[in-house]
Design a binder for this molecule. Structure first.
Ligand code: ATP
Ligand code: MG
Length: 442
């Protein structure tokens, strides 16, 4: 079995070998190469200690990125390669990081500190594949399995729980039985992991092709991170539009949404306030009035807690808030809608609305034709370059001030003019708008 290593990496490995050290590519890049995927970065593990790496690679630009852990970053043909000395981890007392690390000269020490068998393989052109824990067979059988005793490994570093779920979701692998049981038993240790690291893994998990399966099988892990989701599990919506409980519906919406972080988060949160907002009418039908707005408030809270960036938070909240706004599928109503929500990306909101509908009772799936028609008209409106914002009017604040309007009145008049233009009551043409503005000032 041979792995094709790009020359910018193999040249570095060869230089270390020529200087008398062992060097291998290791971890994610070996896993991805064996899966016939192009690795997006390469890690190298070596018997050379950092100052020996620096001497052996003295013609390269080298940055001491983690010297305490034996890591340097080498720039080769413009690409960074992390080179880490074989190491074993000392004791773990904070359920996240080893208290100390010890550099060693044995590759086997280095491989057994790694999280999963599929991530614990090393390869070199000279020495071939080193696979001490059956990683290749697990890759072939599509299995995520801890290296060594799963409970112990999650106790050492609880982030591995999220990494395990993330790999299972992105690769569409099964989690092996003992590893799955250990996830269950050690899930509470996620409290020791920083919000940022959890958020990184959760984002990748949500965008994985098997996200739905993992979110379903490991709902208790997701609810440990986001306890607000607990009430959605098993909640019967008592509404003809819905044949699934809120959590199952949510997972199905995620599955039907393009694998883009903001969209998948919007899907995750779109109905999170439903349990809180549920009312049941006299006929026993469930309603959720006001849930989009409340879901957006909860989503903001949760995403802030997870330290997700503000741009993503804003986008997700906008989508959640608007996911249930249903303008009629005609030009006038859609122009009003676009003018009212100028910040919303229509492709994104349509993607969420489609996914939401796909996860509802199939007897309502005829509404896809309404969404198709809405999308067609929206594209037409955009293509025609219709005026949808005050700044696109052919008059501005100065023009209105010259007519004698002052202060707030100027803005009010511009907004009224925009409404008239959007509703096709008047053309976006300067003379006509000035005439109308004069009437409004009187
Ligand atoms: P990705 O495709 O996301 O880069 P990766 O497996 O390469 O996946 P990295 O975070 O880049 O993940 O880590 C590189 C390697 O380091 C892993 O393959 C694994 O061998 C090891 N590793 C990373 N994080 C941990 C951890 N928390 N515990 C044990 N080993 C880890
Ligand atoms: Mg990696």
């Amino acid at each position: 079995m041979e792995i094709n290593i790009p020359t910018y990496v193999s040249s570095v490995v060869e230089k270390l070998e020529a200087a008398g050290f062992e060097a291998y590519i290791v971890g994610g890049c070996v896993r991805d190469a064996l899966l016939l995927k192009t690795p997006y970065d390469y890690d190298v593990t070596t018997s050379a200690v950092p100052h020996e790496v620096k001497t052996a690679l003295d013609s390269y630009k080298i940055i001491e990125t983690g010297i305490k852990h034996g890591t340097v970053t080498v720039w080769s043909e413009g690409n960074p390669i992390e080179i880490t000395t074989y190491r074993c981890d000392g004791e773990y007392t904070d359920h996240r990081r080893p208290d100390s690390v010890k550099l060693t000269d044995k590759l086997s020490d280095d491989l057994c500190r790694r999280d999963f068998t599929v991530n614990a393989m090393a390869y070199s052109e000279k020495r071939g594949l080193v696979d001490l824990f059956g990683g290749k067979i697990d890759l072939e059988n599509r299995i995520i399995r801890c290296v060594g005793d799963a409970e112990k490994r999650f106790e050492e570093d609880a982030l591995r729980i999220m990494r395990g779920l993330r790999f299972a979701a992105t690769l569409d692998f099964e989690i092996e039985e003992a590893t799955a049981l250990a996830i269950k038993n050690k899930c509470h240790l996620l409290d020791f992991v920083s919000a940022e690291r959890i958020a990184v893994e959760l984002t990748k998990l949500l965008c994985g092709k098997a996200a739905a399966k993992i979110l379903t099988e490991y709902s208790y892990v997701i609810c440990h991170i986001i306890p607000e989701l607990k009430a959605a599990i098993g909640l019967d919506q008592k509404n003809p539009h819905h044949i699934y409980d809120v959590y199952t519906h949510t997972v199905k919406v995620i599955d039907a949404t393009p694998p883009v972080p903001a969209l998948r988060f919007a899907a995750l949160f779109h109905d999170i306030a439903k349990p809180k907002m549920m009312t049941i009418d006299q006929k026993g039908v469930g309603h959720f009035y006001g849930h989009p707005k409340e879901s957006a408030i909860m989503a903001k809270d949760i995403m802030r807690r997870l330290k997700i960036d503000n741009k993503t938070i804003d986008k997700v909240c906008r989508l959640v808030k608007l996911h249930d706004v249903r303008p009629e599928a005609n030009r006038r109503a859609l122009k009003k809608y676009l003018a009212k929500y100028p910040d919303v990306d229509t492709d994104e909101i349509m993607a969420i609305r489609r996914a939401d509908l796909a996860a509802q009772n199939p007897i309502y799936h005829h509404q896809f034709s309404y969404l198709d028609e809405s999308e067609r008209i929206i594209n037409e409106i955009k293509k025609a370059g219709c005026c949808l914002t005050v700044s696109a009017l052919t008059v501005n604040g100065h023009d209105i001030a010259e007519l004698g309007a002052k202060g707030k009145q100027i803005g009010d008049i511009l907004n009224k003019l925009l409404c008239d233009v959007v509703e096709d009551k008047i053309a976006n043409e300067k003379n006509a708008l000035i005439k109308r503005a004069k009437q409004l000032i009187k």
